[in-house]
Design a protein around this ligand. Sequence first.
Ligand code: HEM
Length: 449
Amino acid sequence: MRKEVPTYRKKGLFGRMKALFRNPLNFSAEVRQELGDFAKVDLGFRTIYLVSNPAAIKHILQTNNKRYGKSPAYEQLKLALGNGLVTSKGDFWRKQRRLAQPSFHKKRLEELFAGMVEETSKYLERLEARKDRESPTDICEEMAKITATIVLRTLFSADNKANLKLLYETINEAQEYVLYRTNYPFLIPFCYLNGRHRKFKKQLKVFDDIIYEIINQRKESTEQPADLLSMLLRARDEETGEGMSDQQLRDEVITLFVAGHETSANALSWAWYALAKNPAVKMKLRAEIAAVLGDRMPSFDDLKALPYTKQVLAETMRLYPPAWVVGRESLAADEINGWPIQKKEIFLLNIHALHRHPDFWEDPERFDPERFAVENVKTMSRQSYLPFGSGPRMCIGNHFAMMEMQLLLATLVRKFDFTLSDGHTVTGVPLIVYKPKGGIPVHITGVQS
Ligand code: HEM
């Protein structure tokens, strides 16, 4: 039976727009409280659906995914990422996904793991030097640096360290501009007048030059290190035998870098925050690591023997999902759970709210890794936990991310304590990823044995 979609009509048109752009998470919470987990908001130029209903999310991302494409916000990302896996569509995306998928199979990840361990060992030494300082360290900045180092290492091995540093800095600056355009689309015309767009174009040229140089050098070299670039260079389409063009390689490499480091960095930052707030969890985590690893660095196979480490990460991403929202647009008329849907409507699938949905999570605000213990996962509603998305566009790097985060969490927690700095309240802010506003200042000390 057809139902009417609950519609939010308060605040006036501009008030609704302002509230949504200012803090989409707070505005969604307000709408949900009043109208439930499937509601729409009229913004004049568009109708936006705010969705945290698991059945509706499953319908959009999985069961009926062909009727829903990526939302227009992804077009802004194209400015920097080009036509890579995150932003491309249709047959082109399908072909690229087929080409890239084998690089993320277990065997390939095992090859990448050695480089991750090497970078982590170097990082542990650097962190050792930061111990016992009086001034606080922003753990978010630290996690951003180490995850960027790891993803650059797994993409390009050791090719030209100075260039990789420049690449990292330029991408970060360029990303700020893309984020600005995504959050304030109505201010885009000013960027063409005040020089901001021109500056961005220059940054784009810097990182394009670096990446094309790396690609060319690699093509000419007889050595093919075990990294993602070699894997992507070797990838051939099963049907046509074709590989990727240089431009395509550039787009995929930038996409993997951007998609693959801020997400993991923020998940880890939130994990340190949650552990600082929950000392009993930290003790249990250390006990598992001491029993399985002692003082040695983990091997790829050890990761399976660290289930509690995984549970801590899973629970962290429940409460603080880095990809807090997934955007879609309806490509045709449809019906979801009896609700009529028109073509060209926007859907904000609110993963943050889904993960705290009171119908599916008991005491949802409580941090409790036991929710993800094997015996509890059996009875968990799978559709109410989607940190890596779902359906054909699900994250290609989910196993990569889990192995990197397990490695970093396990090796850092046994050596260091991160104590939250007094006088700073940690709150989340929903940018492209869900981040702690103003970072998380901590004091780093060694673990007392
Ligand atoms: C904690 C870490 C991560 C989280 C929470 C995360 C989350 C997500 C989510 C929710 C999506 C789906 C977006 C959508 O449906 O619109 C996605 C897609 C994607 N992610 Fe991740 N991701 C993480 C780490 C990574 C890593 C490490 C990589 C690569 C090294 C990566 C590469 C990608 C790519 C390429 C896509 C697009 C896939 C496609 O559309 O075919 N991600 N990610």
